[in-house]
Design a binder for this molecule. Structure first.
Ligand code: SF4
Length: 446
């Protein structure tokens, strides 16, 4: 059971030194109890107290690490039911299913296509993480060979899906170095699959035919010393699947039920007859607590929107995405190149820089820190005021890089032109386009 704020307080040093960022140990204890603080923020907690507090500070849904290499990921670790309460931490991992009897050449071709599904967005590389290899004929050697091929020839991490212990053992032996997820321990095989996961220190999925059925199984497996579990309540019908995801999240967070305090794995590939429908179901499960979502295939028109949805849901709503203040050089500018200033909202930067890049016009793009707000919002909030922009331009060093004196400001910030001019005497302040899409045409007239 999680400790209360008062119970936590009794274990703290009670010096009220404020180093944790709050005025008293009691306030820190309350924050810790409600998941608003991390234990590491207090440098004076004794080791003994740390051990006792670990449970209180552990997320109600255990974070589970899966995979190795660049596509390794953590699933779970969530602390809130609704994103606006704080944030969601570990994004839903996306996987595609491969049957173990697929021909090697077909699998290699698929992996090549899937590997190419990588999209750059706001400075991030968006891509899927997993291939779920499913045993379809009980052939342990074929299963192991496919697991090895995927593990060694691609960046993808693995979910190994088999009911037969010997088949699973072969797969684990071939791909253990990639830290695959073993799917799945059931009532029938929990002892054997639990031992296999424990011996190889691998995460283990647990499958039951209901949320209630999961409780007895996870209790048994945690009793065996297994901690990294991923749960599947077995629902393959949309309404029930959603209901189960909600029930699991609520039971873990609101009721403190540790038996379901694990990330989930879901299978749209077993819930629909075509990829379009699977994609719709996957979008629901990304929004509603699916830790891992397995599709029957990856296709650009399905994957890209899911990756974008995931990006949006797993972005901290209290912290706008930003880029660092400074001068960005695009298309190798020189001393005659135009200078366009804008805000440090990541989307603004990437859209504007993308348009400049596409125009092929060498340009300087000074980015002013506007606390992550877009141009109009920053202007309205006083974070992109004329005098500030002028001072920023002076200090940015751009004057050493160009020999002209023209500054282009965003069209939506036209109102600041006069103030910028006052701050930059002798400079011409030109109002640029309102829409980034018009930047290439605008630059070509310069
Ligand atoms: Fe108390 Fe530790 Fe915070 Fe200091 S840093 S006020 S000792 S909880």
């Amino acid at each position: 059971m999680a400790l209360t704020g008062i119970q936590i307080f009794k274990l703290l040093p009670k010096t009220n030194c404020k180093e944790c960022g709050v005025p008293t140990c009691l306030a820190f204890a309350m924050n810790l109890a409600s998941g608003k603080a991390e234990l590491d923020a207090c440098p004076y907690v004794s080791d003994e107290a740390k051990e006792q507090l670990a449970e209180a500070s552990a997320p109600p849904i255990r974070p589970v690490k899966i995979g190795a290499g660049v596509r390794a990921f953590t699933t779970g670790g969530e602390t809130v039911q609704y994103r606006h309460e704080k944030t969601f931490y570990n994004k839903t991992a996306l996987g595609a299913l491969v049957p173990s009897d697929m021909a090697d050449a077909d699998l290699a071709a698929k992996l090549k296509v899937w590997n190419a599904f990588q999209f750059e967005r706001v400075g991030l590389n968006l891509r899927p993480e997993l291939v779920a290899l499913k045993d379809v004929n009980g052939d342990a050697a074929a299963f192991a060979a496919k697991a090895k091929l995927i593990a060694e020839s691609s960046e993808f991490n693995l979910v190994l899906m088999a009911e037969d212990l010997a088949v699973m053992q072969a797969g684990v032996e071939a791909a253990a170095f990639k830290r695959p997820l073993i799917y799945a321990a059931t009532e029938a095989n929990a002892d054997d699959f639990g031992a296999l996961a424990k011996d190889n220190d691998l995460p283990l999925a647990v499958k039951a035919d209901s949320v209630e059925g999961l409780v007895a199984l996870t209790d048994k497996l945690t009793g065996m010393g297994l901690k990294d579990l991923v749960i599947d309540p077995g629902s393959r019908e949309i309404k029930q699947a959603l209901s189960d995801q909600l029930a699991i999240r609520r039971a873990a967070l609101k009721d403190g039920n540790r038996a379901v305090g694990f990330p989930t794995i879901t299978f749209p590939c077993e819930m629909a007859a075509n990829l379009d429908m699977e994609t719709l179901i996957a979008s629901m499960l990304i929004a509603k607590y699916g830790g891992i979502v397995i599709l029957s295939d990856f296709a650009g028109e399905s994957l890209f929107p899911l990756l974008l949805e995931r990006l949006n849901i797993y972005t901290d709503p209290q912290r706008p995405m930003t880029v660092t203040e400074g001068i960005y050089e695009i298309n190798n500018p020189d001393e005659n190149s135009p200078v366009l200033v804008t805000t440090n909202f990541a989307l603004t930067y990437f859209i504007v820089s993308g348009e400049i890049e596409g125009s092929r016009v060498p340009s300087y793009l000074p980015i002013k820190d506007s606390e992550g707000l877009s141009v109009m919002t920053a202007w309205a909030a006083g974070k992109f005021a004329g005098d500030d922009v002028g001072i920023f331009v002076k200090k940015s060093g751009i004057m050493d890089k160009v020999k002209h004196t023209e500054l282009i400001i965003p069209g939506y910030a036209a109102a600041i032109a006069g103030d910028v001019e006052e701050e930059l005497p002798g400079w011409t302040i030109t109002v640029g386009p309102r829409e980034a899409a018009h930047i290439p045409g605008f630059l070509k007239t310069k």
